[in-house]
Design a protein around this ligand. Structure first.
Ligand code: AMP
Ligand code: TRP
Length: 324
């Protein structure tokens, strides 16, 4: 099902607007999203409803959502090829979510690793949304009949639950939903600059990550201060492999093997290469930040296109369930 008129299959993915997008997010997720636009009909969503499961104030949520949409556009999500929209702007996700909530046993939701982690991370805010998070995620995907879902490894358990929900629905009503397939990014795990045995993450503080929006001085300082123990150097080299020059990368590796690698040289070269990569990206960010109405129009056009697909499927789903 849902091969569109151009014969391409539908792919869906979402990202939460919970803070600055960093190089870990780019290399582990967004770069893949950009490449997948060639092969699939992609729907990419800024999942603002999911962001409500953490304690976030209205102004911050609004700002994060707009900035994330801008960052995605600047990094290569092409609204002429793909649909880029805001989750909350397409109605129906939450309706299908409710239908799924009524199909999934609480015990299955309580088993989710992310739920258990979040209960520890925000013990004062164990809201019901944290528990039912994966049902909304399943609705995000299945409302479009998407079959392919690029995610990081941490989200595989949620995708498995999506498959379980689709099966439960198909068994109870009628075979309607296809089996979804995860698409994993090519094993890229960018480590923290300040704690290289953990993955680069907003939760480890600002010195842990390089944000797509960081200025040159900040990036220079962060890389200069990066922990350069064995794991740290390995991470810096991995980053240099991606952003730097192959010949120099090979030389750094030879130097490392001979215990002659100068960390300061590696750091200087990495800084240069990251800045070179980010220069055109930040130019686009500056443009879109200065033209917020253009960004709003891209998102609302995306939402309109997504709404047509969602409405069509939701109508059929409601009929199957007996709501219509
Ligand atoms: P999050 O920051 O957890 O909202 O992550 C958004 C996406 O970026 C997910 O698909 C993650 O798997 C991916 N991601 C986050 N941090 C990293 C990292 N350090 N290395 C690789 N991928 C990452
Ligand atoms: N839970 C995902 C994450 O934290 C974000 C997300 C929400 C998502 N809905 C989705 C990812 C649907 C893929 C498909 O990264």
């Amino acid at each position: 099902m849902n091969k569109n008129s151009n014969g391409m299959k539908t792919l869906f993915s979402g990202i939460k607007p919970t803070g600055q997008l960093h190089l870990g997010n780019y290399l582990g997720a967004i770069k893949n999203w950009v490449d997948l636009q060639k092969k699939y009909d992609c729907i990419y969503s800024v999942v603002d409803l999911h962001a409500l499961t953490i304690d976030i104030d209205a102004a911050t949520l609004r700002k994060n959502t707009r900035e994330l949409a801008v960052d995605l556009l600047a990094l290569g999500i092409n609204p002429k090829k793909s649909i880029l929209c805001k989750q909350s702007e397409v109605t129906g996700h939450t309706e299908l979510d409710w239908i799924f909530n009524c199909l999934i046993p609480v015990a299955e939701l309580e088993r989710m690793t992310q739920y258990k982690d979040m209960c520890v991370r925000q013990p004062k805010n164990v809201n019901a949304g944290l528990l039912t998070y994966p049902a909304l995620m399943a609705a995000d995907i299945l409302i479009y009949g998407a079959e392919y879902v690029p995610v990081g490894e941490d989200q595989l358990q949620h995708l498995e639950l999506t498959r379980v929900l689709a099966r439960k629905f198909n068994n109870k009503y009628k075979k309607y939903f296809a089996e979804i397939q995860p698409i994993l990014s090519k094993n890229i795990r960018v480590m923290s600059l300040n704690a290289p045995n953990k993955k680069m993450s907003k939760s480890l503080g600002e010195t842990s990550y390089i944000a797509i929006r960081d200025n040159a001085a900040t990036i220079t300082k962060k890389i200069k201060k990066a922990v350069a123990d064995e794991a740290g150097v390995k991470n810096l080299l991995e980053l240099y492999k991606i952003f730097g020059e192959t010949t120099k990368y090979k030389k750094f590796n030879r130097d490392l093997a001979k215990k002659q690698l100068m960390n300061s040289t590696l750091k200087d070269e990495l800084t240069k290469s990251v800045l070179k990569f980010l220069k055109p990206v930040q130019k686009k960010i500056k443009y879109y930040d200065a033209h917020p109405l253009e960004v709003e129009k891209i998102l609302s056009d995306g939402a309109k296109k997504a709404q047509v697909l969602a409405d069509k499927n939701l109508l059929e789903i409601k009929k199957l369930v007996g709501l219509i």
